[in-house]
Design a protein around this ligand. Structure first.
Ligand SMILES: Nc1ncnc2c1ncn2[C@@H]1O[C@H](COP(=O)(O)OP(=O)(O)OP(=O)(O)O)[C@@H](O)[C@H]1O
Ligand SMILES: Cc1ncc(COP(=O)(O)O)c(N)n1
Length: 267
């Protein structure tokens, strides 16, 4: 039996909703083979680096090589990379090894407030990683930070941001509008020529931890299976919308996107 092979290079989110955990759960739900290279272990929900345990560069490198050498990779995704050193190292390996698709989710701050990318690592993300990417998937806050804009608070600004981010070298830019509370959940895809909007109704829930990771992981899975980018994003959008609709509350603040919400549906 053959199966599409996916790799996530990201942080471990101990509470299970986001990061590596969200990615592997999503890969499983999308019927692809999932592998992981853990960059950091995140065991905090607070606004400090306490509880963030960065992995040594050698350990990150060994995990990525294990995936490429023992199995092979049809598509990979990056999530929390945290430091400039990790971005430089991962970019160099991916450039040398990869022949498949690359999805870059420029994770910066977790929904629960953890800083997941240091400010001095943003330049490396833009210069080293974005030119390698088939698609980058910033939310509005991340897009504004990448462009050194004060804010992105409407759909016109999302369009403009997608255009400017495309100049940094990725094949596609997907600006996610989940944080724009006055609008439906609109995301803008741009390929350097054409725009496409992906819309869903806004679901009234606070339990969206992991939504961005789940969305990018689902895109990665669909690309690994051979879908074209627009179809991959469309399928992933439907998947993440259901995961938010059936989100899990653990009655302790922000709960989790439900990665298994589509298990018995045809999406
Ligand atoms: N309340 C909501 N209802 C419906 N869709 C939503 C809602 N919030 C976010 N989304 C959608 O979920 C996907 C993830 O977007 P979001 O903007 O939350 O990413 P993110 O901020 O990177 O997520 P995370 O911080 O969880 O990684 C997008 O398709 C977005 O439009
Ligand atoms: C290790 C890790 N990676 C990514 C996220 C972002 O996801 P969210 O913003 O939903 O918490 C996270 N919280 N933790």
């Amino acid at each position: 039996m053959t199966i599409a092979r996916t790799l996530t290079i990201a942080g471990s989110a101990a509470q299970g909703s986001a990061g590596i955990q969200a990615d592997l759960k999503t890969f499983q739900e999308r019927d692809v083979y999932g592998m992981s290279a853990i960059t950091a272990i995140v065991a905090n929900n607070a606004k400090t680096e306490q509880g963030i345990f960065t992995q040594p560069l050698g350990a990150i490198e060994a995990q990525i090589y294990a995936a490429f050498e023992h199995v092979g990779v049809d598509a990979l995704k990056t999530g929390m990379l945290f430091t400039q050193e990790i971005i430089d190292h991962v970019s160099a390996i991916v450039k040398e090894e990869n022949t498949g698709h690359i999805v870059v989710d420029p994770v910066m701050i977790g929904k629960m407030g953890s800083q997941l990318l240091r400010d001095d690592a943003i330049v490396a993300m833009k210069e080293q990683l974005f030119p390698l990417a088939d698609i980058i998937t910033p939310n509005t806050m991340e897009a504004a930070k990448l462009l050194e804009w004060e804010t992105i608070d409407n759909i016109e600004a999302m369009y403009q941001a997608a255009k400017e981010l495309h100049q940094l070298g990725p094949r596609y830019v997907l600006v996610k509008g989940g944080a724009l509370a006055d609008y439906p959940a609109v995301d803008i895809l741009y390929d350097g020529e054409d725009f496409k909007e992906f819309r869903s109704e806004r679901i009234d829930t606070i339990h969206t931890s992991g939504a961005g990771c789940t969305y990018a992981a689902a895109i990665t899975a669909e690309l690994a299976k051979g879908q074209e980018m627009k179809d991959a994003v469309g399928l992933a959008k439907s998947f993440v919308t259901e995961a938010i609709r059936h989100a899990l509350s653990f009655e302790r603040g922000i709960g989790s996107t439900n990665h298994a919400a589509c298990r018995n549906k045809k999406i």
